[in-house]
Structure formats: C-alpha cells, structure tokens
Write a protein that binds this ligand. Sequence first.
Ligand code: AP5
Length: 211
Amino acid sequence: MRFVFLGPPGVGKGTQAARFSERHKLPHIATGDLLRVAMKEETSVGLKAKSFIENGRLVPDEVIIALMEDRIQAPDAKSGYILDGFPRTIAQAKALSEILTRNGVALDCVFYFSLGDETLMERIVGRRTCPDCHAIYHVSYHPPEKEGLCHCGGILFQRKDDVPETVAERLAVYKNETSPLITYYKNENILTEINADQSIDRIAENLQKMV
Ligand code: AP5
C-alpha cells in the first residue's frame, strides 16, 4: 500500500502518519525528518537544505527528488510506504509518478488534511519534537507525560522553523506551490479529503475507516 499525506504545515500529517505506520506496518517516510537528520549530520543534502528550511522555503526540487528516489526504492519500502511531506510541488508529483511507473506500482490514495490558518499557527507554535525518535507533541493538545521529555527519554525541542514569522512564510509557500496538488490528485481520482479540525484520535479513526 502506498499513501501520500498531503496538507499544510502543522495540520497533523506527521502525527497521523506515525500512528498509521504503526497500525499498517508501513514505513513512515517524512521528508522534513530526513532533511533535519541530514542537516544535523551536515551531509551535502543537509548543507544545501539548511537555509531554505530555516527561512520557510521549499528545498529545490532536484535535491528532494534525488533524496526520495533513493528512499522509496530502499528494501524496507518494497511493499509500500506513507509519504509525509512529499510531493510538495507539481514537478515533484510528476517525478514521483515516473518513479512509480518505472517500478510498476501506483499510489493507493492521497489523503488531503484540511484546516484553517489560525488553528495551523496554534498547532505549530505549540509543537515540541523529539530529536531522537522524531515523536511529535503539543504543549496543550498532546503533552508528554513528563514535561520536556519524550517517552524515549529524548529532550524535546522547538523546531527553528516553528516561530510565527517563518510559519507565515511556510503557509504562503504552501498556498502557492503545494496546494495545486489538490487539483492534480483530484484529477487522478485518488484524493480523499480529511477534516483535520477534530481530535487526534477521531482523525485516526476516520482514516482507519477509509483503508
Ligand atoms: P516538514 O517537516 O515536512 O514540515 P511541514 O509540512 O511544514 O509539516 P509540519 O511538520 O509542520 O506539520 P505536520 O502536518 O506534520 O503536523 P504535526 O503532526 O507535526 O518540512 C519542513 C521543511 O522542510 C519545509 O518547510 C521545507 O523547507 C522542507 N521540505 C520538506 N519536504 C519538502 C519537499 N517535499 N520539498 C521541498 N522542501 C521540503 O502536528 C503539528 C502540531 O499539532 C503538533 O504539535 C501536534 O501534536 C499537534 N496536533 C496534530 N494533530 C492535532 C489535532 N488533531 N488536534 C490538536 N493538535 C494536533
């Protein structure tokens, strides 16, 4: 099974993808996580991506496509995956389609998570992330058991791009460059919209009913 989780920053794609991945035993492939690890390890991809991420812009298509082409053809992704944060431009969607065709497979569904800007901002600025296992928390909506600490023992941090000015830029970039994918996938008849203005558990239940 191959899924794309599409939607604006902060809508809850990562939160839902982590649960869905556990339930369906599918690898959760999140471009943001891959890029943040690359930045931490100062690889060539990380060095290329750093300033784009910190300024809320998209990393150039050629960097992302090369990264994802390798990742989705890795042995653990042979029978499927959840793509979280990819594709994010029409060029990336076309590249994905070519890779899938070359491998003789197709996407099963693109889940599009929708939510208003005000709630997105609130979710993002309250987010805390684990640097070790990438678990996602929220100071009010999904707090850790012990303040500041992940269940794995990692020390939670606030992402540099989760400050209001950068979030505003990310939302604008989403509208201009990523939201055209809604029509793109609608035209391919594989888009399913999910109302993300509900609790984490309720959204997970809804997703479950759709597969
Ligand atoms: P990335 O890491 O992918 O960020 P994003 O898409 O902006 O998405 P987020 O991680 O902000 O949000 P999310 O939807 O996963 O929400 P989450 O579950 O965390 O990308 C970062 C950067 O990398 C980009 O800006 C770009 O520079 C670069 N990049 C990545 N992919 C790229 C690509 N393909 N091409 C080019 N550049 C790329 O939830 C958010 C918060 O809300 C959390 O605190 C969570 O606990 C809380 N929450 C979740 N669901 C609910 C709910 N139902 N109710 C209440 N709170 C909730």
